[in-house]
Write a protein that binds this ligand. Structure first.
Ligand code: FES
Length: 155
């Protein structure tokens, strides 16, 4: 399994010349392919570009578009912006953490779900809001969470 990953990362790495200015392109392609950048991939990128591993790691952690953890099949994002917070989004996060058995910012062990919090989803009038696999869920309640999870697990 690991060797498959390494082989495929090698294929991505071969797309770019071994120079530091291609660091971001490489990380973007790896992120796009695997939905995260593994420590092994970062080492390969460092070796290829000549950028120190600590710098590759710093870049990968600086940009929010890179994830250092594998993402789940389904991604749930709960808004913790002011409007949603005032309407109880903290309880929604706790509810989801309990049901999924994972803390916000992490992925379930079986890689089914990733639970994230975000600052504003741009739909404050519909607070509290969550997005599950790009589908917006307005005025979230415990019942709506039930329905959403049932729907996602049946897919
Ligand atoms: S604060 Fe939640 S959508 Fe804006």
């Amino acid at each position: 399994m690991l060797s498959d990953t390494v082989t495929n990362v090698d294929t991505i790495i071969d797309r770019y010349p071994g120079q530091p200015e291609y660091l971001i392109f490489l990380l973007q392609d790896i992120q796009a392919e695997y939905n995260y950048v593994s420590p092994e991939a970062m080492q390969l990128v460092a070796d290829h570009t000549g950028v120190p591993l600590s710098r590759v790691y710093a870049v990968a952690t600086f940009y929010q578009s890179f994830s250092l953890e594998p993402k789940g099949e389904h991604e749930i994002r709960v808004c913790m912006g002011t409007a949603c917070h005032l309407k109880g989004s903290g309880r929604i996060v706790e509810d989801l953490e309990r049901r999924l058995g994972v803390e916000a910012g992490h992925t379930t062990e079986d890689l089914s779900f990733t639970l994230e919090t975000v600052n504003c989803l741009g739909a404050c009038a519909l607070a509290p809001v969550m997005v599950a696999d790009e589908e917006y869920h307005p005025t979230v309640t415990s019942q709506k969470i039930n329905k959403m999870l049932k729907q996602l697990t049946q897919e």
